[in-house]
Write a protein that binds this ligand. Structure first.
Ligand SMILES: Nc1ncnc2c1ncn2[C@@H]1O[C@H](COP(=O)(O)OP(=O)(O)OP(=O)(O)O)[C@@H](O)[C@H]1O
Ligand SMILES: [Mg+2]
Length: 301
C-alpha cells in the first residue's frame, strides 16, 4: 500500500504556543487511520495543515505525492473534509448547500442531480432536503456535512470528530455508510474522535500529545503495549487470593487481578485451577490505551 499522506517533522506555533511540534506519521492508501489526543493536543491544527487551510512553520506534508503549500488546486479534488465546526450555510436548505459545494467542483446540471440522488440514498436526505440547516438535529446535520465532504468523490475523507454528541444509533448508521464507502471506493479515512470504540476498528492509530506523537501502532499493538489485561475471580476467600502473590483489588463479589498479558493470566489460572472456578479474563481496551499513553490515571470502578 502506498503512503497517501506523509507528515515529516512538521511544526506549527500560534504565537509562543507550539500547537504541533516536530510531528511525523504516515497514512496508507485505503486505510482507516485514527488520530487521537486530548483536547488541545493539536489534531485540528494538523488537519488544517493537511488540507492546505493553514500554513506550516517547518517540515513537509505530502498528500498523494504532492507537497502541500496552500496553492494546490488538485489537492481539493483529492481530499474531502468534515471540519470540527460545520461549514454548512445554516440559512440554506440541505439541497442548496450540496448544490453550491458541487458547483465549486464543476459538478452541475445532470451530473449534480445524479450525484445528489446517490448521496441522498446513502445518507437518507430525501425527507430533509428542503429544510434549512438551522432546523436540523445534530445527527441530521452531520449526515449532510459528510455528504458535502464527499460530493466530489475524493480519495481521502478527513473527519474531525464527526460523531461527537450523536446518539449511539446515529453514530452506528454513519459508520455503516463510511465503512461501505471504504470497501466500495477504497476511500482512505482519517478520523479524529474521542470515542475509543470507534478508533478500535481502525487499521492504524497515532496518539498525539502536545503536538507530537506519543504512541502509534495497530489497535492490537497498542493494547499489548499500553493496556493491561484483567482477571476477575469470584466467590473465593481473600486468604487464597493473597497466596497468589499478585497485586489485587476487591471488587463486588470477588477480586480483580491485573496481569501483564493473556499469557500471564493463562499461567495463573492453570497453576491455580482449583481456585479459578468462577472467573473472567478481560482484555485491555482502547480506553485503557488512551488513558495510559496520555498519562491519565485509570479510575477504579
Ligand atoms: N487559531 C488559533 N490561535 C491560537 N491558538 C490556537 C488556534 N487554534 C488552536 N490553538 C491552540 O493550539 C492548540 C491545539 O489546538 P487544536 O485545535 O489543534 O487541538 P485539538 O487536538 O483539535 O483539540 P480538540 O480535541 O479540543 O478539538 C490548543 O492549545 C489551542 O488552544
Ligand atoms: Mg480539534
Amino acid at each position: 500500500m502506498n503512503n497517501i499522506i506523509k507528515i515529516d517533522k512538521v511544526s506549527k506555533s500560534y504565537g509562543s504556543l507550539k500547537a504541533v511540534n516536530n510531528l511525523s506519521f504516515l497514512v496508507k492508501e485505503g486505510e482507516f487511520f485514527s488520530f487521537l489526543g486530548i483536547n488541545g493536543a493539536g489534531k485540528s491544527t494538523t488537519i488544517n495543515m493537511i488540507c492546505g487551510e493553514l500554513s506550516k512553520d517547518f517540515g513537509s506534508i505530502e498528500v498523494c505525492g504532492e507537497e502541500v503549500d496552500g496553492n494546490n488546486t488538485s489537492l481539493k479534488e483529492k481530499i474531502g473534509v468534515v471540519f470540527q465546526d460545520s461549514l454548512l450555510d445554516k440559512s440554506l436548505s440541505v439541497y442548496d448547500n450540496l448544490k453550491i459545494k458541487a458547483s465549486l467542483y464543476n459538478i452541475t446540471g445532470k451530473d449534480f442531480l445524479d450525484r445528489y440522488e446517490e448521496l441522498s440514498k446513502l445518507f437518507n436526505l430525501k425527507e430533509i432536503e428542503k429544510q434549512p440547516i438551522s432546523k436540523l438535529s445534530g445527527g441530521q446535520r452531520r449526515r449532510v456535512d459528510i455528504a458535502r465532504a464527499i460530493i466530489h468523490n475524493p480519495s481521502i475523507l478527513i473527519l474531525d470528530e464527526p460523531t461527537t454528541g450523536l446518539d449511539p444509533g446515529t453514530r452506528k448508521s454513519i459508520w455503516k455508510v463510511l465503512n461501505n464507502l471504504r470497501k466500495e471506493k477504497n476511500l482512505t479515512i482519517f478520523l479524529t474522535t474521542h470515542y475509543m470504540e470507534e478508533a478500535a476498528d481502525s487499521d492504524y492509530i497515532v496518539i498525539l500529545d502536545k503536538g507530537t506523537t506519543i504512541a502509534e501502532g495497530t489497535p492490537l499493538e497498542l493494547k499489548n503495549k499500553y493496556a493491561s489485561d484483567t482477571v476477575y475471580i469470584y466467590n473465593v476467600d481473600e486468604e487464597n487470593i493473597k497466596k497468589l502473590d499478585k497485586s489485587y483489588k476487591k471488587v463486588r463479589d470477588g477480586f480483580k487481578i491485573i496481569v501483564k498479558d493473556l499469557k500471564e493470566a493463562t499461567d495463573l489460572i492453570i497453576k491455580n485451577k482449583d481456585l479459578f472456578k468462577d472467573y473472567e479474563v478481560i482484555k485491555g481496551k482502547m480506553d485503557d490505551v488512551f488513558l495510559n499513553a496520555t498519562g491519565y490515571e485509570l479510575e477504579d470502578e
